[in-house]
Design a protein around this ligand. Structure first.
Ligand code: SF4
Length: 204
């Protein structure tokens, strides 16, 4: 029998492993029913940047790992060009279950809707609070919705592409103030479009 829906706020979580285990039982939206398993983020807890994609693909759904399918290969190539080791990053998705449409033996990708991204922001927010990174990179429109939440409501990927923005988050702001000894509030920059962000870093 499945456990009850997890509802713990980020401040009550113990670790990424604990949060990952809770997410595996999530029923906050209907996507769990058509997926093989939850695909949680992975990478460094002290990361150079957090990269957020849309959702796992069919291969990642089977393997239970982020960015190991075709999109992961594109990302690896971009990271290599930018000179950024993948091991320095934390990689995750806005939506943790693979949304798909069964077609014979295949599962075809379907983009998550706004309600599903909003439901799964519960988990993304916890990752953003638990992983220490100065930059959050939103890779596409769903990721932007997940990262930005109400802050970026109505914004389009084309209007924000390649730019940096402060992200308003009470969880992150509280944690950042604590880390800085109660001083000036500090947020994070979700930066859109990974190659431009990472290449700027390389050139600096
Ligand atoms: S997609 Fe996210 S919110 Fe929906 S069931 Fe899966 S983990 Fe929960």
């Amino acid at each position: 029998m499945r456990a009850a829906l997890p509802t713990a706020p980020a401040s009550a979580t113990k670790s990424l492993d604990w949060t990952r285990a809770q997410a595996s039982e999530c029923r906050r939206c209907p996507l769990w029913a058509g997926a093989t398993q939850v695909v949680f983020g992975e990478g460094r807890r002290e990361a150079l940047a957090i990269l957020v994609g849309e959702q796992p693909d069919d291969r990642e759904d089977i393997l239970g790992r982020s960015f190991v399918g075709p999109a992961g290969r594109v990302l690896d190539a971009a990271l290599e060009r930018a000179g950024v080791p993948r091991g320095e990053l934390y990689l995750t998705n806005a939506v943790k279950h693979f949304k798909n449409e069964p077609r014979g033996k295949r599962k075809l990708h379907k983009a998550p809707n706004a309600q599903e991204v909003e439901a799964c922001r519960f988990w993304l927010d916890q990752e953003l609070a638990l992983v220490r990174a100065p930059i959050v990179v939103a890779l596409g429109a769903s990721a932007l919705r997940g990262v930005g939440g109400p802050t970026f409501r109505g914004a389009t990927i084309s209007s924000l592409r390649g730019s940096a923005r402060w992200r308003a988050s009470s969880t992150i702001s509280r944690r950042s103030r604590h880390e800085r000894g109660g001083g000036e509030q500090r947020g994070r920059h979700p930066t859109l479009n990974k190659p431009s962000c990472l290449q700027r870093r390389r050139q600096s």
